[in-house]
Design a protein. Structure first.
Length: 105
């Protein structure tokens, strides 16, 4: 599945080289209501269909995930933070290596 630019922009807030995850609520709020709903549905569908991989984790965070399960837990946490008022996701809870340690490319 190809994800929308808004979807990747949302996840890029957790890139370890940028450290702007605290700005995610403002980004989501800045979207129009229909765009926000579409983004939420896209993210929800990706989670339900288990479409987000360890490679997506690396692509958006520049870090290796500790495991497939931790990558999944990271995406679930980001969803809760972005759309359900959950706690800010701490990337260090989910990574195995710091930024740019290894590449999947």
């Amino acid at each position: 599945m190809t994800f929308s630019p808004d979807f990747y922009t949302l996840l890029m807030h957790f890139n370890a080289n940028l450290t702007i995850s605290d700005e995610l609520p403002d980004y989501v709020e800045s979207l129009g209501e229909l765009d926000r709903q579409a983004l939420q549905q896209e993210f929800k569908t990706a989670l339900e269909k288990d479409l987000l991989t360890e490679r997506d984790f690396y692509k958006t965070t520049s870090c290796d995930p500790a495991s497939k399960e931790s990558a999944r837990a990271f995406f679930e946490s980001v969803y809760r933070y972005a759309f359900e008022g959950g706690e800010e996701t701490d990337l260090t809870d989910y990574w195995e290596t710091p930024p740019n340690w290894r590449s999947y490319d």
